[in-house]
Write a protein that binds this ligand. Structure first.
Ligand SMILES: NC(=O)c1ccc[n+]([C@@H]2O[C@H](COP(=O)([O-])OP(=O)(O)OC[C@H]3O[C@@H](n4cnc5c(N)ncnc54)[C@H](OP(=O)(O)O)[C@@H]3O)[C@@H](O)[C@H]2O)c1
Length: 238
């Protein structure tokens, strides 16, 4: 299925996996619309992507804002969501408030965005959400993220049945080198990346481009729906 001229919305398209995904859709000659909260990130992403990319400020945790956003976007063909904050910490230590904040962002943000998108999405279009391998294989301190990612994957199975003929899938990344780790001291980040690379079958951490190709595939493949695609270098096996 060609993506030429198709309108593709990438919520979270200003950084990391979302930015690489916006670029990959542009390379397929799609018309790309990106959205995130920060005006600075939007303008930087527009410069990086070039072309006729439309960019909108959006906090996807607000039902009102996502409704307004899709009214501005109007008719479109494919939705990708990569926005979302998680929360790490041992179950006994992590305050419930922090767990709820993470659900408000990564789970409820994606939920509200899909709900607001439906009236404007082409009936033969697609929706691709984002979870994470901790939903399948949580290390210590990832019980909240395991719950959020599993909830997203469950939601996708239900939506694939309800929203047909539109298709609904979810990409589950392993560790990917993106600005999500920008707040970490460089040495810790490096040690974490090297440690994970040694343990997993792919022997390296992911690049945003590894993931971007998967979102493009899911938009193009008209026979894939209700599926979680793990792009994790084999992390779920070890
Ligand atoms: N990188 C990894 O190792 C990894 C592993 C597993 C799963 N994931 C998942 O993959 C997804 C993308 O991660 P990434 O590494 O690409 O992160 P990233 O580089 O930090 O990008 C996140 C994007 O989401 C936007 N965003 C965040 N909160 C938002 C909100 N409330 N409303 C609208 N936009 C929002 C950010 O822009 P603004 O700040 O401008 O809003 C940014 O464009 C996340 O769901 C993450 O949990 C990542």
């Amino acid at each position: 299925m060609s993506l030429e001229g198709k309108r593709v919305v990438v919520v979270g398209g200003t950084s990391g996996i979302g930015l690489a995904t916006a670029k990959a859709f542009l390379e397929e000659s799609a018309q790309v619309i990106i959205a995130s909260r920060s005006a600075a990130k939007l303008s930087e992403a527009k410069q990086t992507l070039g072309g006729d990319v439309e960019a909108y400020e959006l906090d996807f945790r607000s039902e009102e804002k996502v409704t307004d956003f899709f009214q501005k976007v109007s008719k479109f063909d494919h939705l990708v969501i990569t926005a979302g904050d998680g929360a790490m910490g041992l179950f006994s230590d992590l305050p419930i408030e922090s767990a709820k904040e993470a659900f408000d962002s990564k789970f409820w943000g994606q939920y509200a965005t899909v709900k607001a998108a439906i009236p404007h999405l082409d009936k033969d279009g697609s929706i691709t959400l984002t979870s994470g391998v901790y939903g399948r294989r949580p290390p210590q301190g990832a019980s909240t993220l395991a719950a959020i990612n599993s909830a997203i994957e469950g939601l996708v199975r239900g939506l694939a049945v309800e929203l047909t003929p539109a298709r609904v899938n979810v990409v589950s990344p392993g560790l990917v080198d993106t600005p999500i780790f920008a707040g970490m001291p460089e040495e810790h980040r490096k040690a974490m990346f090297e440690g994970v690379a040694q343990q997993i079958p792919a022997k390296r951490v992911g690049k945003p481009e590894d993931l971007a190709q998967t979102y493009v595939y899911l938009a193009k493949n008209g026979y894939t729906t209700g599926t979680t695609v793990l792009v994790d270098g084999g992390t779920h096996l070890v």
